[in-house]
Write a protein that binds this ligand. Structure first.
Ligand SMILES: Nc1ncnc2c1ncn2[C@@H]1O[C@H](COP(=O)(O)OP(=O)(O)OP(=O)(O)O)[C@@H](O)[C@H]1O
Ligand SMILES: [Mg+2]
Length: 483
């Protein structure tokens, strides 16, 4: 029995199943000894719910269970302890779980591990509890739906509205003919709204709300969870069968309306799709501008006048590199607006080196194990700055020398980020005012709120950009995980 069901419903290995079969053999003895019900539950193949694979009942005058429940599904909302123990590998005790017959039980759950220390099942011990006449809301830390079920079951029904009026969930209780016995205010509003009538008391609920027919009929289990979409409404319906006497079966529905939540989710995902689309368009527009410039460059302009065009093309590329990086980020990542500026630097530099006439210039990027992420706006500035400084080194530092070294180094110290661009070229004799360094100075001061200086160097040029960490600029060590 246990083997057939485990093979069909779970992903357990043959040796795991043998282990569970051995445990199941001794369960009747312990059920009798402790006067409690003992079960083994395993995770279903898709891990959406658990399945009961073995049971042992004691001989009791007032039994908790009247028939076998092997093969039934167990849901987290009714038996949270089962799922907690399975996930965490720890014992759990739930004072008010809802069992397969819709009754409140005291439940102790113990994880079962195999030789490899994997959790393969949970062992459950259940004892019935008496319903108290009073509900002590303040002292209680029970999940509210459980309390309501207790109240519905208890004879003391006058306290029901006090509990259920403050709940957002709809509570609908029907008798064995599916007629309404009780609904809390949101439940009544729901029935009236969905059925377009306020004559709701004498009619079958399944006639008023035909979509509930299959909830009532489809499953024979005593507790079950359904997800339903009715028109624009998204609902989670929990069904609990409540046995009043032998042949009379009441049904409690607990309905959660997730419509607004689902709508917000959709809106959010639409917004992020729109933002992605805007990034695409910005990137494409930049590429169009670059193509137009390139066309103009080749329209009768002498080759020696190409330089300003090339400078501009490089600047356009540094901006579009930022959007390329954002678009390549994982779209599900909510932080995808952050740009890794070290990756950005690599991208910008490799393009410059590729287009450079000097083929023996080594370009070295030293990260010092830093991962620096900035907002999109700051990333555009940094991209342009690195482009100007590295381009200057490639353009001016080496003159006729075809060999040399350019280093871009990132240092983070005392909440200050430094970007060094160092070359071993001819050095700067005299600084003539020109656009390139003006762009750098402007962006460093007005966008990064930092400083731009030339450090003294025995040979070559050493440019230094420094700016402070801020919510828009974050640094991780490479060993840290970015979350
Ligand atoms: N790494 C360097 N090595 C040697 N000289 C440099 C270096 N960086 C800048 N210079 C000198 O400083 C001057 C100013 O640089 P700047 O970037 O402002 O202008 P540019 O590169 O000549 O033109 P552009 O405006 O297109 O950048 C350069 O013309 C060059 O003489
Ligand atoms: Mg320049």
């Amino acid at each position: 029995m246990i083997e057939t069901i485990c093979v069909k419903e779970t992903n357990l290995s043959p040796s795991d199943i043998v282990q569970l079969t051995n445990i199941a053999q001794s369960m009747p003895l312990y059920a009798e000894l402790t006067q409690s019900y003992i079960f083994i539950d395993c995770m279903s193949k898709n891990a959406q719910h658990a399945i009961i694979v073995a049971e042992a009942f004691p001989e009791l005058d007032n039994p908790l269970y009247t028939k076998t429940i092997i093969g039934k599904s167990v849901f987290e909302s009714f038996e949270p302890g089962v799922f907690y123990s399975h996930r965490e590998g720890k014992r759990s005790i739930i004072k008010h779980a809802i069992n397969q017959e819709g009754r409140s039980v005291h439940q102790t759950v113990l994880p079962v591990k195999n030789a490899q220390n994997d959790i393969i099942a949970v062992l459950i011990q259940e004892k019935g509890i008496e319903h108290s006449d009073d509900i002590h809301l303040d002292e209680s830390n029970l999940p509210i739906p459980t309390q309501v079920i207790d109240t519905v079951l208890s004879k003391d029904n006058y306290s029901l509205p006090i509990v259920s009026d403050i709940l957002m969930e709809m509570f609908i209780l029907t008798n064995h003919q599916n007629q309404l016995i009780y609904a809390n205010p949101v439940g009544i509003k729901f029935i009236v709204e969905m059925s377009h009538t306020d004559q709701i008391s004498q009619t079958k609920l399944t006639d008023l709300l035909p979509f509930l027919k299959d909830v009532y009929e489809r499953n024979n289990d005593d507790v079950y969870v359904f997800e339903r979409t009715i028109g624009k409404k998204s609902l989670i319906i929990k069904k609990i069968k409540l046995r009043q006497s032998e042949n009379k079966l009441n049904t409690l529905l607990i309905i959660q309306d997730l419509t607004e939540l689902k709508m917000k989710e959709r809106e959010l995902s639409m917004k992020s799709t729109m933002i992605q689309e805007i990034h695409h368009r910005v990137k494409n527009n930049l590429q169009t501008i670059a193509s137009l410039l390139r066309l103009q460059m080749h329209q009768g302009i002498p080759e020696e006048s190409y330089s300003p065009f090339e400078d501009t093309l490089n600047r356009i590329f540094s901006i579009s590199a930022v959007y390329e990086l954002i678009l390549s980020n994982d779209e599900s990542d909510s932080d995808s607006e952050q740009v890794n500026i070290i990756e950005l630097t690599r991208k910008v530099c490799s393009k410059l080196v590729l287009n450079s006439p000097f083929h023996k210039i080594d370009l070295i990027i030293r990260t010092n194990n830093n991962i620096i992420c900035t907002s999109q706006k700051k990333a555009v500035s940094i991209s342009l700055i690195v482009n100007e400084l590295v381009q200057n080194a490639l353009k001016h530092a080496f003159n006729d020398r075809k060999e040399g070294e350019v280093i871009v180094e990132f240092i983070c110290k005392d909440r200050v980020i430094q970007i060094h661009v160092i070359d071993n070229g001819v050095g700067i004799d005299e600084l003539k005012p020109s656009l390139g360094l003006d762009i750098v100075r402007n962006l460093v001061e007005n966008d990064l709120y930092g400083e731009f200086t030339f450090e003294s160097a025995t040979f070559g040029t050493h440019a230094l950009i420094s700016f402070n960490l801020s919510p828009e600029v974050e640094v991780y060590r490479e060993t840290d995980s970015i979350s």
